[in-house]
Design a protein around this ligand. Structure first.
Ligand code: CA
Length: 239
């Protein structure tokens, strides 16, 4: 399953658009996948999906501040968190709070330094995966609201009840869940999940698998809560 895990995914929680933009551009150039949340609530929601390898977390944010986001994330996840602080003078106080953050960077920061920190934090965290941890604590578990995908043991549960999925249904679900918010065309799915070139496969294969998957995952497949469709465009799990 893990052929997508080579690309590390970073969540940027930052309300200043210009900074978020600079970060996104640089992270993508450095080979990372990157999502941006513009406020603390959205940041927390995305962070708790568990799909991220690292979170860059601003402190002063609308709706919910970075302290609170960090504390909430730490209740369930050990994803590396780099706090982005606005002023030098805050740093002592912030570091004294023991939020469970892994690192701190002060604005204005050098992109080069930040990238080095990100790399180091991800490497450190990957090394920690050999520690004895329950799946709940590791990033092997993807959570989307009441859905829990344990990618280590290939078990999908909803409200703690196991859902029996075929291999392809499972792979499609994991693929969408690790690309939350991204529209995947049927051709994309054929290429990525089935390993077919779009011209070789029949896109109806995707529709059939998707329809079965939805009948298992959704309470009411005609009013999906997890896997959404946009006619002619494709499928996605909303962020
Ligand atoms: Ca801010």
């Amino acid at each position: 399953m893990g052929n997508e895990t080579a690309i590390k995914r970073i969540l940027v929680v930052e309300d200043e658009r210009s900074i978020a933009q600079v970060l996104t551009i640089n992270l993508k150039m450095a080979g990372y996948a990157c999502d941006v949340a513009g406020d603390g609530e959205e940041g927390l929601r995305l962070a708790l999906t568990g799909v991220y390898d690292l979170i860059l977390l601003d402190i002063m944010l609308p709706k919910r501040d970075g302290f609170s986001v960090c504390r909430e994330v730490r209740k369930t996840l050990s994803t590396p968190i780099i706090m982005v602080t606005a002023k030098e003078e805050d740093l002592d106080k912030i570091m004294g709070l023991d939020l469970g953050a892994d690192d701190y960077v002060t604005k204005p920061f050098s992109i080069k330094v930040l990238l080095a920190r990100i790399k180091a934090n991800i490497r450190r965290s990957a090394g920690e995966l050999t520690d004895a941890k329950t799946p709940e604590e590791s990033s092997d578990v993807i959570r989307i609201r009441e859905l829990k995908i344990d990618t280590k043991n290939y078990i999908v549960t909803k409200k703690d009840k196991e859902i029996e999925l075929s291999k392809k249904e499972y792979e499609v679900l994991v693929y969408l869940a690790t690309h939350v918010g991204e529209m995947m065309s049927r051709e994309d799915l054929l290429t990525k999940v089935w390993g077919y070139d779009g011209f070789l496969g029949d896109v109806r294969t995707v529709d059939v698998t998707m329809s079965r998957l939805r009948s298992k995952v959704e309470d009411n497949p005609s009013e999906p809560e997890y896997i959404f469709t946009k006619r002619t465009k494709g499928y996605y799990i909303p962020a």
